[in-house]
Design a protein around this ligand. Structure first.
Ligand SMILES: C[S@@+](CC[C@H](N)C(=O)[O-])C[C@H]1O[C@@H](n2cnc3c(N)ncnc32)[C@H](O)[C@@H]1O
Length: 258
């Protein structure tokens, strides 16, 4: 149980006991803020906070904190090709395209989804950033889709990949094997939504998420791929006490070593 006292300015984790044990942590300490963030992330999951944003007109199902951090990474890495599996309404594709345009990066975005609904496709094909976006329909682990994506990579490309489709461990593990080799040195492949592992008995979860999650897939991938390392991007600017990142993509940022 997490107990928060806003009057006194502390938070503490009683564990499962709820017996008042646990150390009182100042709200503004790195540990205190991490604990409050854990509670906020869980409440946000329950309240479907993620499902309340758009980017340039398209629904985007991401934690704003992850998007801001991603923007810092794109600015630093300057990818000329961003591949995303899992498009949904296309907000994230538009987001990546808008970053490329704003940052004056001569790049493009490839999105893969097992089902691109006609309304989503029509909206993306009519969007002002459509020139940056290529849509591929099919399973991200289907050999023909993998071939199509590979064919879109130019030798000079700097490639970044975001995996946000089927978040089961097996699917994510396969995607990491398929798309990992495309990632350029110094760039990233992101296994999104590692938070699944720590949602406990929250609504819309399953008990097997404790092991069947992207975070475990990423950890397994790292064991056999020393060319990658776990590298949660550190804040570029941090005048606060932030320690733990506030993210849904826990354990999901894998950087290809230089
Ligand atoms: C969480 S949503 C993606 C959200 C989107 N990236 C965003 O930020 O708004 C997951 C998407 O993955 C797609 N999907 C599920 N299984 C897939 C598969 N095997 N291959 C490709 N896409 C898949 C679903 O159709 C769904 O649109």
């Amino acid at each position: 149980m997490i107990e928060i006292d806003l009057e006194q300015g502390w938070v503490r984790d009683d564990g499962d006991g709820g017996d008042g044990g646990g150390t009182r942590l100042p709200l503004g300490s790195a540990e205190g803020f991490a604990l409050v963030s854990k509670a906020w992330l869980r409440a946000g999951w329950d309240a479907k906070y993620l499902y309340s944003f758009t980017w340039m007109g398209r629904p985007i199902i991401q934690l704003p904190e992850d998007l801001l951090r991603m923007q810092e990474v794109v600015y630093a890495v300057r990818p000329t090709l961003i591949v995303e599996t899992g498009i949904a309404h296309g907000g994230s594709l538009v987001y990546y395209a808008s970053l490329l345009k704003t940052m004056d990066i001569p790049g493009r975005v490839v999105g893969v989804d097992i089902e691109i609904r006609p309304g989503n496709r029509a909206a993306l094909e009519a969007h002002e950033l459509r020139g940056y976006i290529t849509l591929l329909e099919g399973s991200s682990v289907a050999p023909e889709i993998a071939r199509e994506v590979r064919a879109l990579v130019r030798p000079e490309d700097r490639v970044m990949v975001v995996l946000d489709s089927d978040h089961s461990k097996e699917h994510m593990r396969s995607e990491l094997e398929i798309y990992g080799p495309l990632v350029s040195r110094g760039s990233y492949i992101v296994a999104a939504d590692g938070i699944m592992r720590s949602l406990g008995r929250a609504p819309r979860t399953r008990p097997d998420w404790a092991w069947n999650n992207p975070r475990n897939a990423a950890a397994e991938f790292l064991e056999v791929h020393p060319e990658f390392e776990l590298a949660q991007p550190a804040p570029v600017f941090n005048e606060g006490t932030l320690g733990e990142p506030v993210t849904y993509w826990q354990g999901g940022w894998l950087c290809r070593r230089e």
